[in-house]
Ligand binder design. Structure first.
Ligand SMILES: [Zn+2]
Ligand SMILES: [Zn+2]
Length: 250
């Protein structure tokens, strides 16, 4: 699998990066994990606007899904070739309504579903293109999912937004690459059931015996290097901060 960090800023974009969005590719299939603020522009650095095969939205906070409004325009009003077919979008319940409201004036209440085939997420395992995917409801103020993607004996997990929880540990168990959020700073913002800090992300990676840890969703006002040091204090494997444009062969 090839993983490309399209955007990795937490909560709002930074000068260096759009918000959460990660492209996972294998066998020519392209799955996008989240499409936060600014991600649609960055995505076009890596693939064509219409090259996606499926989208997974971890949850409906704006920093994970709001560029779906712009992508609706691109697919609904496509200049060449006419309106796009409905692209599978795996998202929590209410995604169509949420995005339709955010867009504000779609031609009809069901316009979104003409170009997006919304499929309601739950916890479970299913086949998605060439991937075996497992989703688990994680711990966040709104319904939110983490995801594990497997292909050809290799695996990666993406936390989405979450506090410490057993479901996250289950998704990350033995993965080759663990893309884990670290929004908070250890000792400063230890708020349960919302986000992880660097130490908690490191501890989750250590419990899971993850092969590699990539910290992501670090907001512009948070010191990423400190979070990385906190993670390294409790996780013995290779670890780094996500950077926009980074590519990993998993
Ligand atoms: Zn977020
Ligand atoms: Zn969130």
């Amino acid at each position: 699998m090839k993983l490309t960090v399209v955007g990795c800023s937490g909560s709002f974009p930074s000068a260096e990066s759009a918000c959460s969005s990660y492209l996972v590719e294998a066998d020519g299939f392209r799955l996008l994990l989240d499409m936060g603020n600014g991600a649609l522009g960055e995505l076009q650095r890596h693939i064509g606007l219409y090259d996606l095969d499926a989208i997974f939205l971890s949850h409906l906070h704006a920093d994970h899904c709001i560029d779906m409004c712009g992508y609706f325009v691109a697919r609904y009003y496509r200049h060449e070739g006419g309106r796009c077919d409905a692209l599978p979008v795996y998202a929590p319940e209410g995604a169509e309504q949420r995005l339709t409201t955010a867009y504000a004036d779609t031609p009809s209440p069901s316009s979104m579903s003409e170009v997006f085939d919304f499929r309601t997420l739950g916890s479970g395992t299913f086949e998605l293109g060439p991937f075996t995917v497992r989703t688990e409801k994680v711990c966040h103020p709104v319904e939110a999912y983490g995801i594990r993607v497997e292909h050809g004996g290799r695996s990666l997990a993406y936390s989405g937004d979450t506090g410490v929880c057993a479901e996250l540990d289950a998704l990350a168990d033995g993965v080759d690459l663990f893309l884990c959020e670290a929004s908070f700073t250890h000792g400063k913002e230890d708020i349960p059931e919302l986000h992880l800090n660097g130490r908690e992300a490191g501890a989750a990676a250590e419990r899971a015996r993850a092969g590699r840890l990539v910290l992501t969703h670090i907001p512009p006002w948070t010191d990423g290097e400190r979070n990385l040091a906190d993670a390294r204090a409790v996780y013995g494997g290779p670890s780094e901060l996500a950077r926009a444009g980074a590519v990993y062969e998993v």
